[in-house]
Design a protein around this ligand. Structure first.
Ligand code: AQP
Length: 333
């Protein structure tokens, strides 16, 4: 059976190493597999769950598309499009919000984290975000969804929504419950300044993340300043339970070298962090610097990026509009 892949990235600026190692690198590998159809979405409707500046949003949509292409996704072989171009996403989200239960959404930890202490002021869209995400995936009958570990709970919700829809309307397997594709190790890259916090676009300190548009000097500086501790490099995985920053940096190293954490621990056991950081910088420069340069080059040709998105919208719309019509028929519309 061929695999159908769907995944999305929010155009909220500052795409970073966590987005790359947790999701985009995996997108690239999947996009090269034979017998696999991939759809990669710039999820701009998700982005507006938090207020966006319209001009910046437009640029960020192009920059996210440029990042996909610069990382190695071929826009001719795969669908790259922006969510707001395909009306079925918003329509599907409404319909599925009538299937999803409040109790299910109340359990979503990402809403709790993003809304913070003042939930009353959070947008309704931020709360129902996972329902829109379910619509995104289910409209394309995706079999697999590559995401970072932070999206695991949302995917479980998507499966629950699909199952309830199928049961409620007695349409066995009509909405296809997708499988998550989450890296076994290093599925959550943490902040360079605090090993207990996820590396994220919205963190105020730019030193907390490696942006995919950072140049050589910025990467060198950020790794130099990345938080560590005063002990030598760990020689045992057990030590990492309390040394979160060391664990994160070793995780990044392992992910970039496609090796296990245990292997990386053995390579650097007892050495100084400075020696390890030098090697890490070398790796980051060889992987991220070419992507950064390519993103900047692509951003100079806005019409090329717009064309990629427009072609993608046409192809995605063909699939999604058919599915939404079938959904509406089932509902009795
Ligand atoms: N730190 C991370 N480690 C591993 N994977 C990550 N992802 C995000 N952060 C990490 C994965 O990247 C994909 C795209 O994420 P997104 O842009 O849709 O939204 P997000 O998860 O909300 O990203 P951020 O950086 O955390 O944004 P803000 O700061 O706005 O909340 C997803 O597959 C995600 O799992």
């Amino acid at each position: 059976m061929s695999k159908k892949i769907f995944s999305g990235v929010q155009p909220t600026g500052n795409l970073h190493l966590g987005n790359y190692l947790g999701a985009i690198k995996n997108f690239v590998e999947l996009s090269k597999e034979i017998d696999t159809n991939c759809i990669f979405c710039v999820v701009d409707l998700h982005a507006i769950t938090i207020k966006q500046d319209p001009k910046e949003l437009k640029n960020n949509i192009r920059e996210t598309a440029a990042t996909f292409v610069a990382s190695g996704i071929d826009p001719k072989k795969n669908i790259i499009f922006n969510q707001s171009g395909v009306p079925a996403h918003a329509e599907g989200a409404w319909i599925l919000s009538c299937i999803a239960r409040m109790g299910w959404l109340n359990r979503m930890t990402q809403f709790k984290e993003k809304a913070g202490n003042d939930k009353e002021k959070a947008s309704i869209g931020l709360y129902s975000y996972p329902v829109l995400m379910a619509a995104d995936i289910l409209l394309y009958d995706a079999t697999h969804v590559p995401v970072g570990d932070d999206q695991r709970q949302h995917l479980e919700l998507c499966r629950d929504i699909a199952q309830k829809f199928n049961n409620d309307f007695n349409v066995k397997n009509f909405l296809r419950a997708p499988e998550p594709l989450i890296q076994k190790e290093f599925s959550r890259i943490m902040s360079l300044k605090d090993g207990s916090k996820k590396m994220s676009k919205s963190e105020i300190s730019d030193l907390s993340r490696i942006n995919l548009t950072d140049d050589k000097d910025q990467i060198i500086n950020k790794i130099k300043k990345a938080k560590t501790d005063t002990m030598p490099m760990p020689s045992d995985a057990n030590e990492l339970k309390k040394r979160l920053e060391a664990k994160n940096l070793l995780g990044i190293y392992s992910s970039l070298t496609n090796s296990s954490l245990q292997n990386s621990i053995e390579v650097f056991a007892g050495k100084n962090f400075s020696e390890f950081k030098e090697k890490l910088v070398e790796l980051l420069l060889s992987e991220i610097d070419p992507i950064s340069k390519e993103i900047k080059k692509l951003l100079q040709d806005k019409s090329y990026l717009d064309k990629i998105l427009l072609d993608g919208v046409e192809k995605a719309d063909l699939i999604a509009s058919k599915k939404i019509e079938s959904i509406k028929k089932i509902l009795g519309f």
